[in-house]
Design a protein around this ligand. Structure first.
Ligand code: AVI
Length: 328
């Protein structure tokens, strides 16, 4: 078809439409697979992000509290070896709370730029303006990208160390092969003189892990079920969220928490015009959360072309903040 002005027909797709389309394709593929699965990155619509903030405050969910305490106590030590001029890049920055302690420890003399990276441009803009208000000296350069696919950080600047900061144990939500690829992407983005800092949740007694993903108030269950609500809203699905149970357990052989939504009855659901059948008791795996020990993190880093330079742990050895450097 030729438009009336005789020019070529050009269709432009907005980033929101693109994101929606990727969500649709991934969902249809995941629900069509055996066993059914969905990618955990889709938890984080607005409601999901608010529920995750609530999870971080739960008494059972030690992860955020423990990591924050490590950074709070050791920030000066952690940033010490990063060089005289530093650019901090944070993939999946969210509300950028933990990084503030590191930015403050660096101070205006050393911190030349902060680059928060997030899939949601709107969320980023809001977080960036809050940071600019609190740190008028800081250059904040938001970057809208899906870091699990690409990390298009602008090239290295002479004399400035690029630090890729990836807290929160988000690395645990990637399977080992993806985690290795992700770390290799971070290494390339940091450059040969760069630094990669990663927060990792450590293996511990299964009862503590089980409680962290099965909280008494049911916030994690609501977070899990919100994925069904999101599919209803964004993909025209007709899930009955009350017909799926939250089910999370620690699988010690692979060393991971698995989170599932289990169908409470035999049912059929339509998503984006496609029908999916569920047997009673059939599950959708919605998340894996890998737990590491230090030797396993060293092996993972090595496979990605990085080596472990330093590690900061809490006294109970629940969580580790790792400093990785490229193997030259
Ligand atoms: C974001 N991520 C590290 C969390 C985790 O612990 O794997 C997500 C989460 N899922 C349930 N509770 C928290």
């Amino acid at each position: 078809m030729t438009p009336p002005d005789g020019g070529s027909l050009c269709t432009t797709t907005s980033p929101i439409e693109n994101a929606r389309e990727t969500f649709r394709t991934d969902t249809l593929e995941g629900l069509g697979a055996t066993p059914k699965r969905l990618a955990p990155k889709y938890f984080y619509d607005r409601a999901g992000s608010l529920l995750f903030d609530q999870i971080c405050e739960l008494p059972e969910y030690y992860v955020t509290r423990t990591e924050t305490a490590i950074i709070e106590a050791r920030a000066a030590e952690i940033v010490k070896s990063w060089g005289r001029r530093v650019r901090v890049v944070e993939p999946g920055a969210g509300s950028s709370t933990k990084v503030r302690m590191l930015l403050e420890a660096l101070g205006p003399e050393r911190c030349v730029e902060y680059v928060p990276v997030d899939i949601s441009g709107a969320y980023l803009a809001q977080a960036a303006s809050l940071l600019r208000a609190d740190y008028p000296w800081l250059q904040v350069t938001p970057l809208a990208a899906d870091f699990s696919v690409e990390l298009p950080v602008p090239g290295a600047v002479e004399g400035v160390t690029t630090v890729i900061y990836f807290p929160g144990s988000t690395i645990g939500n990637f399977d080992p092969v993806e985690a290795e690829r992700l770390l290799a992407r971070f290494r390339r983005a940091a450059g040969p003189a760069g630094v990669v800092v990663v927060g990792v949740d450590l293996k511990k007694d299964p009862a503590t892990l089980h409680a962290a993903y099965n909280d008494a108030q049911g916030v994690t269950a609501a977070f899990n079920r919100n994925l069904l609500v999101r599919m209803n809203r964004e993909l025209g699905a007709n899930f009955d969220a009350s017909a799926f149970a939250h089910y999370a357990f620690y699988e010690p052989v692979r060393g991971r928490i698995e989170m599932h939504l289990v169908s409470l009855r035999r049912q059929e659901v339509t998503v984006s015009g496609r029908r999916f059948r569920f047997a009673e008791g059939e599950s959708i795996r919605t998340e894996c959360s890998y737990k590491y020990d230090l030797p396993a993190t060293e092996r993972l880093a090595r496979a990605a072309g990085l080596h472990l330079l330093d590690a900061w742990l809490d006294d109970a050895r629940r969580f580790a903040v790792l400093e990785l450097r490229p193997v030259l």
